[in-house]
Design a protein around this ligand. Structure first.
Ligand code: FRU
Length: 475
């Protein structure tokens, strides 16, 4: 394992060797956050799916663990979730960690396995599979939680282009509760990796349903849509809104779901996503590994001025990585023919840093900022208040490796504001943009041939006021 490997992120989780896709089985137990993941230990392309395993006490520093689930006669181990069985409903033991996952053989079926040693090793249940369907081919990615009011486990399962909910008293026998999604939301591809969970807004509980979809994302390929509504233990009823809504309009945040069993004293809804896109995931220009996770994020329901959205922001623990804060200052651009340029903005720039600033456009509602390197590679962020969009142009950001990677202008809807607070996390092969505390999010991979070290702001009219432009080197 070599941190100097080209494009090996410095502060995002990557497998030491091999291929990784979806985060799986995220669960908290006794001070430890577990993250399992779709893993091929034999090569850096998709195949032979196992569950890899890593743990963290702070959601920032991850320790590698041996993989826990390997393919068997029922098939490869596809995506799924994990719960802590506090009441021993399944009979595996009080407080057992139970993984619920898809066995992907000739048919896709749901299986379970339990761990009595805090997630180190798992035993597959001898009665597997626990859920089958003779008719549904795409039948996968079970996400399970305990629904206290109806005293049952509830499973959300991707069933072609709908989500089917099942209920169980013991994690072994499942009955169908309802089905959601026909005619609503994005249907440009197959539905995958659902997650159903509550969030509070102004003291009231709302239920949020995540559905990843591939292809059919707002900017091509795979992406995660969501619905906001109510769940009564049987049926999910969406609020009337203009669907689809997308968690992240960037190209590289897929199959993300949330942690289970997070203590009430923490109270956060914690999320991590796979920072790639099925459009090109198998061809990214890394060598010993493929794909990274996003940073861990907190989800909240907020009102963006037009409607409710699920906002996401990095967990506060990430700030522990900040080193060498450089205050680039406050600036107002007065002459419209000049850009505001910060050259060589970070001494010893190793490609891992965080930029924060507030930008206020005056007499204009469109402006841009860009990261650039000496090779002329650049990623550009275009704020267009008139058209209510925030677009990312990464067409010249990276070495060439796949036509799908470079061709689109990556657009997000944005409600125009007087000022924007901007937070941009950059690592050796990724950019994560959070505007106005995560109201608008764009996560996009980049593969520049050298680090970006110039920051440049532009507007075609009016002036821009920049406040507290700060860059932190990240450890
Ligand atoms: C999503 C997905 C899941 C599946 C897994 C297989 O990226 O296609 O639906 O379980 O990947 O690796």
């Amino acid at each position: 394992f070599n941190y100097n490997e080209k494009y090996r992120p410095l502060y995002h989780f990557t497998p030491q060797y091999g291929w990784m896709n979806d985060p799986n089985g995220m669960v908290y137990l006794d001070g430890v956050f577990h993250l399992f993941y779709q893993y091929n230990p034999y090569g850096a392309r998709w195949g032979n799916m196992h569950w890899g395993h890593t743990v963290s006490k702070d959601l920032v520093n991850w320790e590698y663990k041996p993989y826990v689930l390997v393919p068997d006669k029922l098939g490869a181990i596809f995506s799924g979730s994990a719960v802590i069985d506090h009441e021993n409903t399944a009979g595996f033991g009080k407080g057992a960690m139970v993984a619920i996952f898809t066995s992907a053989g000739e048919r896709q079926t749901q299986s379970i396995a339990y761990s009595l040693d805090g997630g180190k090793t798992f035993t597959k249940y001898e009665g597997n599979p626990v859920l089958t369907d003779a008719n549904i081919i795409d039948f996968r990615d079970p996400k399970v939680f305990w629904h206290a009011p109806s005293k049952q486990w509830v499973m959300s399962l991707a069933t072609t282009q709908t989500i089917t909910f099942y209920g169980s008293k013991n994690l072994k026998e499942w009955t169908r509760l309802s089905e959601f999604g026909e005619g609503l939301g994005g249907h440009g591809g197959v539905w995958e990796c659902p997650d159903l969970f509550p969030l509070t807004y102004e003291g009231k509980t709302k239920w949020v349903l995540f559905v990843s979809i591939n292809p059919g994302g707002p900017n091509g390929g795979s992406a995660t849509q969501y619905f906001i509504g109510n769940f009564d233990g049987k049926t999910f009823t969406p609020d009337t809104m203009s669907y689809p809504l997308w968690l992240d309009y960037g190209r590289d945040n897929y199959a993300g779901v949330t942690w289970s069993n997070v203590p009430a004293t923490d109270g956060r809804r914690l999320f991590i996503g796979w920072m790639s896109n099925w459009d090109y995931a198998n061809e990214t220009p890394t060598q010993n590994f493929r794909s990274a996770m996003t940073v861990a994020r907190v989800l909240r329901l907020v009102h963006n001025g037009e409607h409710l959205v699920v906002a996401s922001e990095p967990v506060k623990e990430l700030e522990s990585l900040r080193r060498e804060a450089v205050l680039l200052g406050d600036k107002t651009r007065t002459n419209t023919s000049d850009a505001i340029t910060f050259e060589n903005f970070l001494p010893n720039n190793q490609g891992a840093y965080e930029l924060t600033f507030t930008v206020t456009p005056n007499e204009t509602d469109s402006f841009s900022f860009a990261l650039e390197n000496a090779k002329g590679e650049t990623i550009k962020y275009l704020f267009d208040g008139a058209n209510k969009t925030l677009s990312v142009d990464r067409s010249k950001s990276s070495v060439a490796f796949n036509a799908n990677f470079a061709e689109t202008l990556i657009k997000a809807p944005m409600v125009a504001k007087k000022s924007y607070t901007v937070r941009l996390l950059v690592d050796k092969s990724s950019t994560e943009l959070f505007v106005n505390n995560g109201e608008v999010v764009q996560t996009n991979a980049v593969f520049p041939s050298e680090v970006y070290n110039t920051l440049r702001f532009n507007t075609s009219k009016g002036t821009l006021t920049l406040n507290n432009v700060t860059v932190y080197k990240l450890k």
